[in-house]
Ligand binder design. Structure first.
Ligand SMILES: [Fe+2]
Ligand SMILES: [Fe+2]
Length: 164
């Protein structure tokens, strides 16, 4: 069994991860619109990963007889001033997600919920990766977004990474 306040926090996190999937899909579509299909493929892959995150929390709830409450998703931002701003938006999303995962960990510890703590270990590692690549891509974008030749190179690179 899962405590009521933990179940509430997990339902909020499920909602957040589903919203993240929508956010990534919107940014992927923005890049499709710019004919930057490699970056679009990478961001689409991230949308899938975010759905996977929601599913991990859903499974944890179901396994522990918690009641999952799904809600309506937010309309994501779908237009951006330029590719740099678009990538900075996902960088901000990942930083916010890390803060939420850390809050969940603090709650799990306060409530002595060891099972949730184990699940959150995976998410803490995952957020290190998510922040790493968003920082890397944001730094590259800053250098190249106004230089079409280099931007196409960047697109190609991240497209290859999406298939790896
Ligand atoms: Fe996530
Ligand atoms: Fe993420």
């Amino acid at each position: 069994m899962i405590k009521k306040n933990i179940a509430e926090a997990l339902n909020q996190q499920i909602q957040h991860e589903q919203n993240n999937a929508q956010r990534y899909l919107a940014v992927a579509l923005y890049f499709e619109g710019l004919n930057l299909h490699g970056l679009a493929a990478w961001l689409n892959k991230q949308a899938g990963d975010e759905r996977g995150h929601a599913e991990k929390f859903i499974k944890h709830m179901v396994d522990r007889s918690g009641v999952v409450k799904l809600g309506a998703l937010d309309a994501p931002q779908s237009t951006f001033k330029n590719p740099l701003v678009a990538i900075q938006s996902v960088q901000a999303v990942e930083r916010a997600t890390t803060a939420l995962i850390e809050k969940l960990m603090a709650l799990a510890r306060k409530e002595g919920d060891y099972a949730l703590e184990v699940l959150l270990h995976w998410f803490i590692g995952e957020q290190v990766e998510e922040e790493q690549w968003t920082n890397e891509l944001a730094a590259e974008m800053e250098l190249f977004y106004e230089k079409p030749g280099q931007l196409y190179m960047l697109d190609h690179q991240w497209g290859k990474r999406a298939k790896a």
